[in-house]
Ligand binder design. Structure first.
Ligand code: IMP
Length: 175
């Protein structure tokens, strides 16, 4: 595994990531003024995005983590989603923001939204760093979106290539 950018169509630098995340943070701060949002990180891919996003908020907020699996080490969704790690804290009457790395087919996000909705949050919205709309099989609402990208397999900044490369500070792709 190399630590250099690939030569594919999607290249998002560290500076571009931080600038966009800061914009999303400002929007969330304005939208949730007077509230205490609860930001749920979808492990593993969203761990860096979640960490950077909450740092831009400068407002009272809480966090939790959950993990769903549908891919294993494969690059294509199996279409079957399982909850691998559940929430630690209740979300009833909380203003929940689900923080995801990428919405591809939408199957994972759709599953998680139904799951969380059943636990009675006061509100439920999605922050996703990346979206590949051309791959969508299920429409899911993304209130806070970082970047729309074409259909390419991307990695870095939390997203993996067979579990490696999550520690790249940028997002890249291969031809
Ligand atoms: P979906 O259920 O098809 O929307 O897939 C969502 C999950 O698949 C994401 O949370 C990622 O973990 C993974 N995924 C989808 N596309 C990519 C990619 O291009 N690179 C790395 N992981 C991806």
């Amino acid at each position: 595994m190399s630590l250099a950018p690939g030569n594919g169509p999607v290249q998002i630098t560290q500076e571009q990531l931080q600038a966009r995340i800061s914009e999303l943070g400002h929007k969330i701060r304005a939208d949730y003024a007077g509230k205490e949002p609860h930001l749920i990180c979808v492990l593993n891919g969203a761990f860096l995005f979640h960490a950077d996003l909450v740092r831009t908020l400068h407002m009272p907020c809480t966090i939790d983590f959950l993990q769903a699996s549908s891919y294993g080490d494969a690059k294509q969704s199996s279409g079957e989603v399982k909850l691998v790690k559940d929430l630690q804290f209740p979300i009833s009457d909380r203003h929940v923001i689900l923080v995801e790395d990428i919405v591809d087919t939408g199957i994972t996000m759709n599953y998680l939204l139904h799951y969380l909705q059943g636990r009675g949050p006061a509100s439920l919205k999605v922050a996703a760093l990346l979206s590949k709309p051309s791959r969508r099989k299920v429409e899911v609402p993304v209130e806070y979106l970082g970047f729309t990208i074409p259909d390419a397999f991307v990695y870095g900044y939390g997203l993996d290539r067979a579990q490696f490369d999550r520690n790249l500070p940028f997002i890249t792709s291969q031809e």
